[in-house]
Design a protein around this ligand. Sequence first.
Ligand code: ADP
Length: 250
Amino acid sequence: MITVDNLHKHFGGFHAVDGASLTIEAGSITGLIGPNGAGKTTLFNVIAGVLDPTSGRVTMEGEDITGLPPHELFHKGLLRTFQIAHEFGSMTCRENLMMVPGDQAGERLWDTWFGRKRIAEQERALRAKADEVMEFLTIEHIADERAAQVSGGQKKLLELGRTMMVDAKIVFLDEVGAGVNRTLLYTIADAIKRLNEERGYTFVVIEHDMDFIERLCDPVICMAEGKVLAEGTLSEIKANEHVIEAYLGT
Ligand code: ADP
């Protein structure tokens, strides 16, 4: 689905990503691990179009997507989850989901003159879709709560839910488990697994929680100092001497 070829991202003289090459297989849930500062988030941001690479190439299904902006990648089905922005906290969880698909009829001026009926129909369809997404994620009970007021784990599920409002092919998740209690962490893991198995999503997951990685990810890619150190199952990675050295060195 994705190939990253000799990718570099420099901040001044500092090489945050320093010649990383990897492939993400369609249909996989790939884990990305590595010590703090390894370059994982920077790599994510370059692939997802948030940062321009210094050099190197990223392809998606054979097409060169290097440096494309996030909204173009979004239309190709490549999504990176983002925290619910502060300004959307006062909207309800359902409204946060309904906002996601762009190009809504109501956004175009002439529709307000000629298409009231069509807008109402689209809103009904979006609402039904948002409700279906919340049911899938078992968070339908928070539909009418303000996004700012739900728990950290529920927010993570809502972020995942936003990727379900459009036809995502590959979703990049950055530390979904951070600060989330065990029960909700397993709910999130289960939702990711079901999206992968039932809807064919490919996932790339940055995560520090090894239990979460073990439940979910195959293969696992380990980065250190901007490079890919090793790839394999979690047990293979844990037994790899370069990986052990990288973790002990931090
Ligand atoms: P990880 O996600 O593996 O912890 P990051 O990609 O966040 O690693 O960071 C890799 C390195 O790049 C870190 O040393 C970090 O300080 C540095 N870095 C990240 N973003 C910037 C930036 N915008 N400007 C300068 N240095 C950065």
